[in-house]
Design a protein. Structure first.
Length: 316
């Protein structure tokens, strides 16, 4: 089954891979992006491109009049550090912008909204690792609060406007097209710095862990979540899915893996820990396996090789 989908942030890292996934599955794809972080060259061939800010009347109207079956929302302010420094800016994009789109989706008869949430931040520093969807929500950064607020708006407006809402709670996504200048992409940062023969900066003691999931696995999960039946048992977490690997990898182990794949010995420089950063994060994906029939297919090192190959081509 396919249909018409609007992918916001589809000129960016994750969104462009998701747009490609929809196209492969026979969907008619429109990408909406303001190009503040994304690049028009990332928009896949076969997708229509619309340049607009998600907070704008134009973005709302695109959904109200576009005849879309699905809104897949990936446009966002993604940097935890920016959210700590500029919480109002973060919330204006991640909350006000999203609500603007939901308003348009309701008016336009959109059937399902897929929302890029974050399992890495909405749970805070959880007691249970890997963390299930039902864990307490205790975000420790404004970015985490804005993602959780987005889930609440999605749930409320889905009930009021008649569409279905699905929240995809990602672990740390990595892969080709990830911006090495963004603080959110430590894998890309490490690859980029090693290629430039620069030291790898490790904040804190390097023992903090993350769960790294490859972007093409994430894209596949989004396409599946666009059409499959979603639980509706009244619980807040029913239409939410962790998309991850359930494997913890600390920053020093990550640096070693990047060095091994690239056949270069990384030089490590330590810096002070950053405020608002989690110490441990890994997500339980058993629900996505059961309901969506999804599980990660990429081994970390294989995904890392694809990322390194992409960087080398970009550097030419």
């Amino acid at each position: 089954m396919s249909g018409r989908v609007l992918v916001t942030g589809g000129a960016g890292f994750i969104g462009s891979h998701i747009a490609e996934g929809y196209l492969r599955d026979g969907w008619e794809v429109t990408v909406l992006d303001d190009l503040s972080r994304g690049h028009e060259s990332n928009v896949p061939k076969g997708a229509r491109f619309l340049r607009a800010d998600i907070r704008s009347p134009e973005a709302r109207q695109a959904l109200a009049a576009g005849g879309f079956d699905v809104l897949n929302h990936h446009a966002a302010q993604i940097d935890v550090r920016v959210s700590v420094d500029r919480p109002a800016f973060d919330s204006h994009i991640n909350v006000v912008g999203f609500v603007n789109l939901l308003d348009g989706a309701g008016e336009g008869g959109v059937k399902r909204v897929i929302f890029a949430s974050s399992g890495g931040v909405v749970y805070g520093d959880p007691e249970v690792i890997p963390t299930p969807e039902t864990a307490p929500k205790m975000p420790i950064s404004p970015y985490g609060v804005s993602k959780l607020a987005g889930e609440y708006y999605l749930r409320a407006l889905a009930a009021l406007r008649g569409f279905e809402g699905v929240a995809m709670r990602y672990a740390n996504v990595f892969g080709p097209r990830q911006d090495p200048k963004s603080e959110a992409g430590v894998v890309s940062i490490f690859v980029s710095r090693l290629l430039e023969e620069q030291p790898l900066i490790v904040f804190g003691n390097g023992r903090q862990t993350r769960d790294y999931v490859f972007v093409k696995d994430v894209a596949r999960a989004n396409v599946l979540a666009s059409t499959l039946p979603i639980p509706r048992d009244g619980e807040f977490d029913a239409p939410a899915f962790n998309i991850a690997t359930s494997v913890q990898r600390n920053v020093l182990e990550l640096a070693a893996s990047v060095g091994e794949v690239m056949r270069r010995e990384p030089r490590i420089e330590f810096a002070e820990a950053r405020p608002g950063e989690l110490f441990r994060s890994s997500l339980d994906v058993s629900k996505a396996k059961k309901v969506l029939g999804w599980s990660p297919q990429y081994v970390f090192e294989d995904g890392l090789r694809e990322l390194v190959d992409w960087f080398k081509k970009e550097a030419r």
